[in-house]
Ligand binder design. Sequence first.
Ligand SMILES: C[S@@+](CC[C@H](N)C(=O)[O-])C[C@H]1O[C@@H](n2cnc3c(N)ncnc32)[C@H](O)[C@@H]1O
Length: 225
Amino acid sequence: MTPWTHLGTAVIPNNGGELELTQRDKEFSIHLKGVRGELMNSRMHSSELALSELGCAHVKNTENAKVLVGGMGMGFTLAAALKAITASSNVVVAELVPEVIEWNRGPLGECAGNPLNDSRVILHLGDVAELFKAKQPAFDAVLLDVDNGPEGFTHGDNNNLYSLESLSAIRQTLRPRGVLAVWSGWHDPKFTTHLKKAKFKVQTKTVRAHNGKGNRYTIYLAEKS
Ligand SMILES: C[S@@+](CC[C@H](N)C(=O)[O-])C[C@H]1O[C@@H](n2cnc3c(N)ncnc32)[C@H](O)[C@@H]1O
């Protein structure tokens, strides 16, 4: 079997650890150094696509829709969001780690069809949370996959994203009937309750890792009703 080749290392801001990108033939892997298991593998991306397909379903015919994707990873969620929206719409992609964007502009980009080259993409290099500070309706959909789920994992600070205060700030940045979609590695009914406390109408969907097979993940769909 072809051995893995190291392509790059990136420091996650605020003592979040280090990401490592490796490649074996056409397969790419991103690890959080020192933690067992992968953060992402390019062969398993059905759930990342589902995040956009489910979170953007309500804007598929909407002109000038605006979608926020946090974060970039291997670009599958971004590519699926671009596919789900109209030509007059935009996707803001927020990514904390500059090297992740560089990797996507290099060899990693081919995994998801180089979505950063799409003229509808607006890049926000920084913490996605910065985009919720304005508390003004700006987005029709906010798609969050910055972690393993709403308890934080790769980056301690992300726990704040899921606090009641942050969820209500996210709600304020959504336009009427806007949807917050959150990817999670597990199902936690307490998070549904938490979203309801932030005045969202909530549904959860179970999605699989790869073509209807493999690990089961949860997508929380929270609508600003
Ligand atoms: C699991 S990956 C996202 C995978 C992506 N859905 C895809 O389709 O490839 C998580 C990404 O979020 C980024 N990230 C983590 N915390 C973030 C934050 N607070 N703001 C923006 N990006 C963040 C990480 O650097 C990483 O690129």
